[in-house]
Design a protein around this ligand. Structure first.
Ligand code: MN
Ligand code: MN
Length: 315
C-alpha cells in the first residue's frame, strides 16, 4: 500500500499554519487507497431546541490541528498503518431533511463502496439515519453502539417523522440495526413520560443509564458493551452531550450528571477492539463553546475513532 495520506508534520510546519482539514490531513475526494475518510455533515435544522451544529465540523477541524499523531491511550500511530483523508463537507440542504437524507446516504455509501470507513462530523443527530441507511445497504444491519444522554427513539415530533430526537426509532423500523447486539449508553435527564427508557427497551435495545454507569464504573460499562456487540460488525455514533456540560458545554441540548472528558476517553479505550464499519460524532455547536473545549474534546474522540480503524488494519 502506498501510504501517502497522513497529517502535515508539525515539527516542520507550525500547527496553526495551513487550511484547516481534520488534523491537517490532505483534502482528497478520490477514495482510491483510502482507509478512513473524515466527512462533514453540517445539517442542523432538525434540532428541537438550539441550532448551531452546522458549524460543528469547522470547529472540530480547527481544534484538531493541535492533536499529535501518536495516540497514547490506543498505543498506535494510526497514520503509519493506513491512509486517512478529509473529504470536506457534504452539500446538505438546510431545512430539507428528506432531500438531505438522500444526499447523506449516497455519499456515505460511496465511501463504504470504496472500502473506506466513513467518520462523519455532524450536524445534529438526525444525520445518523442517512448514514445508517448507507451502512445497512453495504453491510446489512449492524450492531449499533450509541453514546448520548438521549435515546433519540421518539417516533415523531410536532407531528413529523424526522428530527434529531427520532432517528433510531426509524432506523429500527426500517430494519437498519441488529437490535439484539445494539446498546445505548449514558441516558439521563428528565423525560416527557414517567416510563424511563422503556421505549428503547421495547424496541429491542439494551440501555445503560448514566445513573447505572456511575454506579458500575467505566470498566464494567465497556465490558457490557463488548458483550452486547459480541464481535459483530458495528456502527458507532457519539452525541457530544453524552459528556457532562462542565466538559462539553458547546451543544444544543445539555443534560446534567454526565461524564468527564477523562471518563469518556477511558470508555472509548475500553471498547477499542470493536469492529466499527462507520462512525459519527454529532451535535457540537461552537457558539456555546467557550475556550473551544467541546470542539477539542470532539476532535480527540475522532482521533480515537481513527485509531480504532487503524488497530483493525494493523492486525
Ligand atoms: Mn442524540
Ligand atoms: Mn443528545
Amino acid at each position: 500500500m502506498k501510504n501517502d495520506y497522513r497529517p502535515v508534520d508539525a515539527l516542520a510546519s507550525p500547527r496553526f499554519c495551513g487550511i484547516k482539514t481534520f488534523m491537517r490531513l490532505p483534502y482528497v475526494t478520490d477514495l482510491t487507497d483510502v482507509d478512513a475518510a473524515i466527512v462533514g455533515i453540517p445539517f442542523d435544522t432538525a434540532t428541537t431546541y438550539r441550532t448551531g451544529a452546522r458549524f460543528g465540523p469547522a470547529a472540530i477541524r480547527d481544534m484538531s490541528a493541535t492533536i499529535r499523531p501518536f495516540n497514547i491511550d490506543m498505543n498506535i500511530n494510526s497514520f503509519e498503518h493506513m491512509n486517512v483523508v478529509d473529504m470536506g463537507d457534504m452539500n446538505i440542504i438546510p431545512g430539507y431533511i428528506e432531500d438531505t437524507y438522500k444526499i447523506i446516504e449516497d455519499q456515505c455509501f460511496k465511501v463504504l463502496e470504496a472500502g473506506a470507513v466513513p467518520i462523519c462530523l455532524g450536524g445534529d443527530h438526525s444525520v445518523t439515519l442517512g448514514e445508517l441507511r448507507a451502512a445497512a445497504k453495504k453491510h446489512g444491519p449492524l450492531a449499533f453502539v450509541h453514546f448520548d444522554s438521549h435515546t433519540d427513539t421518539v417516533s415523531s415530533y410536532f407531528g413529523k417523522d424526522y428530527c434529531h430526537g427520532t432517528p433510531f426509532y426509524h432506523a429500527i423500523k426500517e430494519g437498519l440495526i441488529d437490535t439484539k447486539h445494539s446498546i445505548q449508553v449514558g441516558m439521563r435527564g428528565n423525560l416527557y413520560e414517567p416510563n424511563g427508557f422503556q421505549d428503547s427497551e421495547d424496541l429491542g435495545l439494551e440501555v445503560i443509564t448514566a445513573k447505572e454507569m456511575h454506579k458500575i464504573g467505566i470498566e464494567a460499562t465497556a465490558e457490557r458493551i463488548m458483550k452486547r456487540v459480541d464481535g459483530k460488525k458495528a456502527f458507532l455514533t457519539f452525541d457530544i452531550d453524552f459528556v457532562d456540560p462542565a466538559y462539553a458545554p458547546g451543544t444544543g441540548t445539555i443534560e446534567i450528571g454526565g461524564f468527564s472528558s477523562y471518563e469518556t476517553m477511558e470508555l472509548l479505550c475500553g471498547v477499542k477492539d470493536l469492529d466499527v464499519k462507520a462512525f459519527d460524532l454529532v451535535e457540537v455547536a461552537p457558539m456555546y463553546d467557550p475556550a473551544q473545549i467541546t470542539a477539542f474534546l470532539a476532535a480527540n474522540i475522532v482521533h480515537d475513532f481513527i485509531a480504532m480503524v487503524a488497530r483493525k488494519r494493523a492486525d
